[in-house]
Design a protein around this ligand. Structure first.
Ligand code: CIZ
Ligand code: SF4
Length: 305
């Protein structure tokens, strides 16, 4: 078994070299997939890192909108997904048509959208944002009469409370993060009274209200390293715990809920990474017209953040 795994990993390495490929693994990927990645991180972080490399091929182990983001930032590289059927239900809760209608209903509003959106939705946005910089982006829009914030109603709730701005929202949410409940945090706190509670802003407001820190996955990685606490309760998708433990072997991390597993994030396996490199597919390519507009929304965000 171990021998087979070793063979698989060495084949992946060989093909990676042959095709001048870089493997990106989102923080929510399976441990075996994180282990073979050149970079792991959040979706924007990964896409930006890959864009800076000389690689010709990007293997994106994550969900579809993330590979699209990589394609938006690296139009000259071949972007492939080991399992292109891995989508994000939250991103799928809003179409470009939905956003166009919302914008028509609020013609004065500036449109801000979470990175968890399709490229087509991003093309309709004035500003993109991540869970790291959502509040910063909203705060920068002082002159905006109205602000649309899509698609996550819970990230919107958090950003509205933090910025003191009223936001025009959409009814999207993450089906994985809403499975983390206030009673989960209460139970873990009873088991680990010394632990600091960090939660993702995609969580329910009742859960966010109980946290010591509300953070994106890249912020959690940083916070876990820098904070003096030795124990942490982790209110986000399960995959991040593997990385946190590896990065901080002297600290303890407890997943807030065993239910916080994103099935789409778990579709990618080492075998599928190998097949993707063998066949150089499935390609994800954002059409140029959409790409240019979506890129503008990302660039406007980067100017602020
Ligand atoms: O954009 C990402 O990578 C997501 C969805 C999670 C996060 O907070 O890093
Ligand atoms: Fe989408 Fe939630 Fe899965 Fe992230 S964890 S990819 S937001 S469904």
């Amino acid at each position: 078994m171990i021998k087979e795994d070793k063979q698989l990993v060495s084949k992946i390495k060989e093909l990676k070299k042959k095709h001048n490929a870089v493997i990106l693994a989102h923080n929510y990927q399976l441990p075996e997939v994180q282990d073979i990645a050149d970079f792991r991180g959040d979706s924007l972080e990964l896409s930006r890192m890959a864009a800076k490399t000389e690689a010709k091929v990007i293997v994106f182990c994550g969900v579809y909108f993330m590979a699209e983001t990589a394609s938006i930032l690296s139009p000259d590289k071949l972007v492939i997904m080991p399992d292109a059927s891995a989508g994000c239900p939250m991103a799928d809760m809003m179409t470009a048509d939905d956003l166009q209608k919302l914008k028509k209903a609020h013609p004065q509003a500036v449109a801000v959208g979470y990175v968890n959106t399709s490229a087509a939705v991003k093309a309709e946005l004035d500003y993109c944002c991540t869970s790291t910089n959502a509040v910063k982006v909203i705060n920068a829009l002082k002159d905006a009469k109205e602000i649309i914030f899509v698609p996550d109603k819970y990230l919107a709730d958090y950003a509205a409370k933090q910025s003191g701005r009223k936001l025009i929202i959409w009814h999207g949410f993450c089906p994985t993060h809403v499975k983390i409940l206030p009673e989960d945090l209460a139970r873990e706190k009873r088991f680990h009274p010394q632990a600091k509670v960090m939660v993702h802003p995609e969580c329910l407001p009742q859960v966010v209200a109980l946290a010591d820190a509300v953070l994106s996955t890249s912020q959690m990685a940083k916070f876990a390293k820098e904070d003096p606490a030795k124990e942490f309760i982790v209110g986000t998708e399960s995959g991040l715990v593997y990385r946190l433990k590896q990065d901080n072997p002297d600290k303890e991390f407890y997943l807030a809920s065993e239910r916080a597993v994103c099935p789409n994030m778990k579709r990618t396996t080492q075998e599928k990474v190998l097949w993707a490199l063998e066949e150089l597919k499935d390609e994800v390519k954002v059409p140029e017209e959409i790409r240019k507009k979506a890129r503008l929304a990302i660039e406007r965000m980067l100017e602020i953040a």
